[in-house]
Design a protein around this ligand. Structure first.
Ligand code: ZN
Length: 173
C-alpha cells in the first residue's frame, strides 16, 4: 500500500434508495479529493465565509461533495429528469432509503451543507450516518471537530460526534 499525501482525503458513500416502482438503487461510490465530478453537480456547497479566500469555492473537489453529486447523478438517470425537475420527481417517486458516508477527514463546512441540503431534499431517507477517522495517516489524533488550518476557514467533522469502533461517528438521521 502506498502512503497517500497527508492532505489527500477519501470518501466512500454507501446508499440504498427505493422508488415507487422498480428495484432499489443501491451501491457504493468512492472518490478521492482533487478529482472532478463528471455530470451534474446539483449540490454546490458553500464558499469560504471569511478569511483570505472569502467568497471563493475552495471545496468543489472535496470527495464528500463529489460522492453526493454522483449519487444525485444516479438518481437523475433513474428518474430521467433534469435539474429543474429533480426535486419534484424525488418527492413523487422516491419512497425511502439510507446512506452512510465515510471520509478520512470528516466533512468541511461546505460538505456538511451539501449533506444537509441532500437530506432536506430527501425527507424519506430514514438513516444517514457519517463516520471519519480519529487518527490521521501519521498517527496524530483528529478531534471530532478539527480546525481547517492553512488559509481556509472553518473546520472538519462534527463537534458532537461520538466514537464508534475507533472512528468518529455522527448520526444525522
Ligand atoms: Zn468538504
Amino acid at each position: 500500500m502506498t502512503t497517500a499525501a497527508a492532505y489527500d482525503n477519501r470518501a466512500i458513500l454507501k446508499y440504498r434508495i427505493s422508488f415507487t416502482a422498480g428495484p432499489d438503487l443501491e451501491g457504493t461510490i468512492e472518490r478521492m479529493s482533487g478529482t472532478t465530478v463528471v455530470g451534474s453537480t446539483y449540490y454546490h456547497g458553500l464558499p469560504e465565509p471569511k478569511g483570505k479566500f472569502a467568497g471563493q469555492y475552495r471545496h468543489d473537489k472535496d470527495p464528500e461533495r463529489q460522492t453526493v453529486n454522483l449519487l444525485a447523478n444516479a438518481v437523475f438517470e433513474r428518474l430521467g429528469c433534469n435539474d429543474d425537475q429533480y426535486l419534484a420527481e424525488i418527492l413523487t417517486q422516491v419512497t425511502g432509503g439510507s446512506i452512510a458516508l465515510y471520509s478520512d477527514k470528516g466533512p468541511c463546512h461546505s460538505c456538511r451543507a451539501v449533506l444537509k441540503q441532500f437530506l432536506q431534499d430527501y425527507p424519506m431517507i430514514t438513516s444517514c450516518v457519517v463516520t471519519y477517522r480519529k487518527t490521521d495517516g501519521r498517527g496524530r489524533p483528529i478531534q471530532a471537530l478539527e480546525p481547517a488550518g492553512g488559509d481556509l476557514y472553518g473546520s472538519y467533522g462534527y463537534e458532537d460526534a461520538v466514537e464508534v469502533n475507533g472512528n468518529w461517528c455522527k448520526v444525522l438521521r
